[in-house]
Structure formats: structure tokens, C-alpha cells
Design a protein around this ligand. Sequence first.
Ligand code: PLP
Length: 411
Amino acid sequence: MAYVNDNYLKLKAGYLFPEIGRRVSKFAKENPQAKVIRMGIGDVTEPLPAACISAMHTAVDEMARRETFRGYGPEQGFDFLREAIARHDFQSRGAQVQADEIFVSDGSKCDTGNILDILGKSNVIAVTDPVYPVYVDTNVMAGHTGEADSGGRYAGLVYLPMTEANQFVPALPEQKVDIVYLCSPNNPTGMAASRSALEKWVDYARKNEAIIFFDAAYEAFITEADVPHSIYEIEGARECAIEFRSFSKTAGFTGTRCAFTVVPKGLTARTSTGEKVELHGLWNRRHTTKFNGVSYIVQRGAEAVYTPEGQSQVRQLVEFYLENARLMCAGLKQAGLTVYGGVNAPYVWLKTPNGLSSWDFFDQLLSKAHLVGTPGSGFGASGEGYFRLSAFNSRANVLEAIERVNKFVQG
Ligand code: PLP
């Protein structure tokens, strides 16, 4: 007899995006004439930068010739990409990250889940509320939680609320935690952590021998000078933080797949008998055992992001989405809504009007404005009463969506 991993049975059945999909399909079936605009799922809409396409074409041609063909590459990523990342994303900002501390992968979603492989079962884990659901669900799968309560909060996790009341800056936990997930710029709130907020977290982590999982998937969208691009811009972070980055939102690689994780040498955690062990070695072991590398072609495409042409094309891409976000914030404010985010991130987080629940607002917006967003409560109990709109869309759709929200709010 084979046995399942019982922890999977603790996962809440109605995961957010399938439920949205179900409601939208039902509406579309019943209203075939309606032109539904989807601003729910955070996927990019614009094609890859020309520099990446050109580099990938060249790499495809290399694969066609015996002399330049490549089979398995290094699991951790090719040196050309790791070195470009270290130089451009970290050293140029004064963050001391070396190429051999970078592990190239096929996604931050996988990495933020897989990282749990190298950490023990007894850690006290803190997540923000609302939260990118992957952090919670992967902990449930790994058996780090009890059952969920009626509000969807799992026993054993420490939830750090992020609401209007604290301006979406999570307070340091009152109890001692061992691991904390921080995402800045944040999905779903679209808000970003200031330098001083991150300094407090690094200080907390060092005092408590805790580890920060810092997810900077939206780093490219930072516009404000006070927002660090990397946790390693904060002194002492190398001793207490692992950083996750992705080309998905930076360069439109959501379908192409390339990301990386930084595990600094010298970052340690304790064995069950109390000795310190370096996490770099453990992650290297995990990565090389369970992963066989990102394709050469894709890594050449990612490398091209760091060329002068790539940089300017990526900037244009990011600016395009940021302008969408600016238009959305301005338009929604004009409609009388309270909005957050959208300045350092491609997400706008609005307060539902008239005290509507997140799902009621979703249903009304869909039926009356034919507009799809993401109910805040799907990201956690503290997301109730909020709603996420994504700026990943065409300009025409964004402008039309703003007009529809205006009409909808005015009733
Ligand atoms: N981290 C956050 C906060 C995200 O919002 C997403 C995607 O939406 C990811 C990670 C996933 O990134 P990737 O496409 O590299 O798996």
C-alpha cells in the first residue's frame, strides 16, 4: 500500500485563481457579447526585448553545429550569466554578491518553495498577510503547519498583517521566529519596503539567528530612491538573508523561464545538535541533485538583458507597465477610490468601496463593468476589503478599464 503526503490534504481546495477562472467562464458563457478585460493574474503582455530574442536566435544556431553545440550545462548556471548578474544587479549597487553565490534556476516560484528542502521542520515561520500564496502552500506541503481555520489561516504559521493601519509595513513579530518571508516590491499590495524598514528586519534576524527569505521578483519596478533593490544593500544582510530574483517580470520571461537565487557564503543555520552549517553548500547540493540547469538558449537570452541595448529595452518595457499603473492609480483616485501601490510595482491595491467584501466587489465589477481583478481576501485574511489590479496589460485595455471603473463607481 502506498501512502500520500497527508499535508496536501490540508491545502484549501478552492485556490484563488481557479475560482476566479470559474466565475469568469460562467459569466462569459452567460454573456457572450461582453468584452471582459482581465486584470487579475500577474502575467506580462508585451513581447520579449529584441536583444534577448537576438541572443536566443544566435544560441539556437550554436546548438545546430557540432563545434558549438552544448549538452548539460552547469546546474548552477553558466558563468557568463552568473557573472553578469553579480556585476549589474549587485556589485554596481554596492552589494557584495559574488558570481558563485548565484544559482540560476527556472523560476522564483520553484525556488521559494524548494528552499524549504534545506531547512529543518521545527522552524517558526512568519509570513505577511496578505501574502504571495506560494510561501504558505509550500510550507503546508512540507508539513510545517497544522490545519487551516475558517479564515484560511494555518496553525503554526505566524501571520504579520499588512493593512492600511500600518501602511502595509509589517511589524516585527512579538514572538521569536526563525524564518520570515519578505516580498518587496510586494505582491499583492504593490507597496515597497524602505531602507529603514529593511534595516529593522536585518537587525531582528541577526539578533534572533533568523533567516529572511527576500523575494525581489519586482525589483525592476522600483522608482523611489529610498527603496533598496536588494536586501544585500543593507549592512549585515549577508549573514541572515537569501534573495530570490526573476527575469519573469523584469524582462517578460514568464513563459521563457529564468530566475536566480542568492545564497551568500557564510550564511548559516544550526543542526539539530546546535552546530552551524553553511546554507550555500546545502543549497548547492540540493540544486545539483534535483535540478539540471536552465537551457543554454534561455541563459543567453537572460544575459542579453545586461547589454546596453538590453538594459534600455528592459527599461522601456518596465516603464510601459509603470505608466499603466500610474494611469490606473490616477483614474481610480479620480473615481473616488482609495488606492495603494503602483509606484514601485505593477500592482494597484485598492480599498473596496462601501465596505464591500473582496469577493462581492469582484462579482459586481465583473457583472457591471466586465472587469476582472483579484479579491484581496484570496491573499490572506487581512486582504479582505481590498482588491488587486494588475498593470500588465495593453494601454488600450487599461484606459478602457479606468473608464469602466469610473462608470461603475458612479453607479
Ligand atoms: N515571487 C512573486 C512575489 C511573484 O509574484 C511571482 C509571480 O507572480 C513569482 C515569485 C514567480 O516568479 P517566476 O516566474 O520566476 O517563477
